[in-house]
Design a protein around this ligand. Structure first.
Ligand SMILES: Cc1cc2nc3c(=O)[nH]c(=O)nc-3n(C[C@H](O)[C@H](O)[C@H](O)COP(=O)(O)O)c2cc1C
Length: 168
């Protein structure tokens, strides 16, 4: 599968987490591209089978629980696009002890994707205190990444249905 990981980061946690996702996917035999949301062009999404967004939650424009500002810009660039027949997955980093809207960025990204018709194929991953519990968190990330392709999420079924749909 051809997979794109788009991330943004302030203090490198989400970049490190994206690297864990990337390594797990490559080990499973997938072709992976990782890019910063700042450089991401949504027009290129069409060549990928799966697009994964990863963002910290932050305080932006007077609101907690917002995605990184580069994702704010990316969502604006995506406005008006038809994401139907595209598969997405979302993960986020946050701190439940310090911020009331824990991993709020995940909710905003999910909403942005769904609004444009994109399919989110697994429950999003919310990572608490990435560097505080790095080993355990990296293990959760590896498990989540592998779960993207288990029978449970019916990825194969969804994909073949969608491919059939887009051809007909
Ligand atoms: C100014 C500021 C605002 C934050 N707002 C939130 C928030 O609303 N919700 C949350 O869960 N975490 C929040 N966090 C925690 C960060 O999302 C967390 O530290 C994350 O791991 C940072 O990821 P990064 O290293 O990729 O930048 C905030 C942190 C800072 C410094």
């Amino acid at each position: 599968m051809k997979i794109l990981i788009v991330f943004a980061t302030y203090s490198s946690g989400t970049q490190t987490a994206s690297g864990v996702v990337e390594k797990t996917l490559i080990e499973a035999g997938h072709e992976v591209k990782v890019e910063n949301a700042r450089e991401s062009d949504p027009k290129s999404f069409s060549i990928f089978d799966l697009i994964i967004f990863g963002s910290p939650s932050w305080y932006i424009d007077g609101k907690d629980g917002q995605p990184h500002e580069y994702f704010g810009s990316l969502l604006k660039k995506m406005n008006g696009m038809d994401l139907k027949y595209k598969q997405y997955a979302v993960f986020g980093l946050g701190h439940s002890s310090y911020y009331s809207h824990f991993c709020g960025a995940v909710d905003v990204l999910e909403e942005g994707i769904k609004k444009l018709g994109g399919k989110i194929i697994v429950d999003s991953l919310r990572i608490d205190g990435f560097y505080f519990y790095q080993n355990a968190n990296e293990e959760r990330i590896r498990k989540w990444t592998k779960d993207l392709f288990t029978e449970n999420n019916k990825m194969t079924g969804i994909l073949s249905k969608l491919q059939h749909h887009s051809k007909s």
